[in-house]
Write a new protein. Structure first.
Length: 95
């Protein structure tokens, strides 16, 4: 009788765990509005590459360092990195 109870409890636990894991994918991380990335700087400085950073997952990158690393050392084109509002707390290395 004890073995059956443990099996039932384990089955219920696995079911609930899988339910909550799947539930987290049902809701978007945030409202991703593409209009927020518009910038007058793109035309003014003839920017050819725009990289967006948003810690909620709505940009090209979620970390500033990843966007900087993507620019590359030998690029001769103007690149603009746009950050969404938020607090980014980590060290950023350039060059």
């Amino acid at each position: 009788m004890v073995v059956i109870n443990k099996c039932i409890l384990l089955t219920i636990f696995i079911f609930l765990l899988s339910f909550f894991i799947n539930l987290s994918f049902c809701y978007p991380k945030s409202n991703c509005d593409k209009k927020k990335w518009a910038s007058g700087l793109i035309k003014k400085y003839n920017v050819t590459m725009v990289l967006t950073v948003d810690h909620n997952g709505c940009g090209n990158f979620s970390k500033i360092q990843d966007a900087i690393d993507n620019v590359g050392d030998s690029t001769s084109h103007a690149t603009l990195i746009i950050l969404n509002t938020g607090t980014y707390r980590y060290q950023v290395l350039w060059g």
